[in-house]
Design a protein around this ligand. Sequence first.
Ligand SMILES: Nc1nc2c(ncn2[C@@H]2O[C@H](COP(=O)(O)OP(=O)(O)OP(=O)(O)O)[C@@H](O)[C@H]2O)c(=O)[nH]1
Ligand SMILES: [Mg+2]
Length: 326
Amino acid sequence: MTRASQRLLAGDKRALSQVISLLERHDPATSQVLKEIDPHTGGAYTVGITGPPGAGKSTIVDRLTELLRQQGLTVGILGVDPSSPFTGGALLGDRIRMQRHYLDSGVFIRSVATRGQSGGLPRIIKGMVRLLDAAGTDLVLVETVGVGQSELGIMGVADTVVVTLMPESGDAIQTLKAGIMEIADLYVVNKADRDGSEQMATTIRAMLQMAPTQPDWTPPVVLTQARSGDGISELWDKVEEHRQYITTSSELATRRSQRRKQEFLETVEEEVGRRLRAMMHSNPDFVATLELVANKNAEPYSSAMQLVESSYGSADWPGSLTGTVT
Ligand SMILES: Nc1nc2c(ncn2[C@@H]2O[C@H](COP(=O)(O)OP(=O)(O)OP(=O)(O)O)[C@@H](O)[C@H]2O)c(=O)[nH]1
Ligand SMILES: [Mg+2]
């Protein structure tokens, strides 16, 4: 076993940080580490906190961290930041507030830039969660911003998905229609100190009744005031309830194995794409073919098919690899 894996499994936070950086840079060395630590994962529980900008996600993460630390649990926080190209390890939103946890050895905080990737959630987040898991983290909290489609990626990583809204997101109904309802295991209406929060909770509950999303689980709607901490322990109780439910119903095992399959396929697709883009500059045959196509000396569609078939055979590919897994 590599020294990096040994240190990581021993809970060494510096090793954890280093391997996460390697993973972010797509360093080939991470393959070995991920492979070695895999048998030692599965102990951590992952909670995704998603919702529109400014809903209070970071404040909630901060409060939950406080609560979990009081219970003696270790916490890993991954903030996915779509806005800034690189945030250098600071968490999005309330950076100052989170700093009190930076000094705590039982908390690991990391911000991950999406670098303009589509789909919202970078694939490597999944590897990062496993690294945190192997390092002995009890709870991993993943914060993602977004509305609609970009949020759906959180399902690829979280065991429990918390959708956070606030009274001012008057577009809540729109948000919920955009496919968010299918991913929410529970709802938070934050900023309950403001007008309209009760009504928003009522609306969500009514929508859930009209269109149930999961057969044996009705997502609870919790009111919080993250800034003061009101409602945070109730929120955690509901997360625990959901955890209980998906653990006993075997749903958790199903979700996790689906996610592994999905990650494998996404990685193949992404890495093949990366190599292809590299070939555009470095492989003389490929560059020559591109030129032929550009100068109308070769036809684009059939030339592409010829290339793909010579590398992968003429099987009936079911379109996008990742689109086929449900
Ligand atoms: N009134 C009120 N304000 C709150 C509450 N919780 C958070 N806020 C404030 O709302 C603002 C946004 O909070 P954040 O926690 O940064 O929200 P976020 O969802 O993480 O924001 P982004 O990551 O930028 O999308 C901050 O100024 C918070 O202090 C609350 O319960 N009531
Ligand atoms: Mg935030």
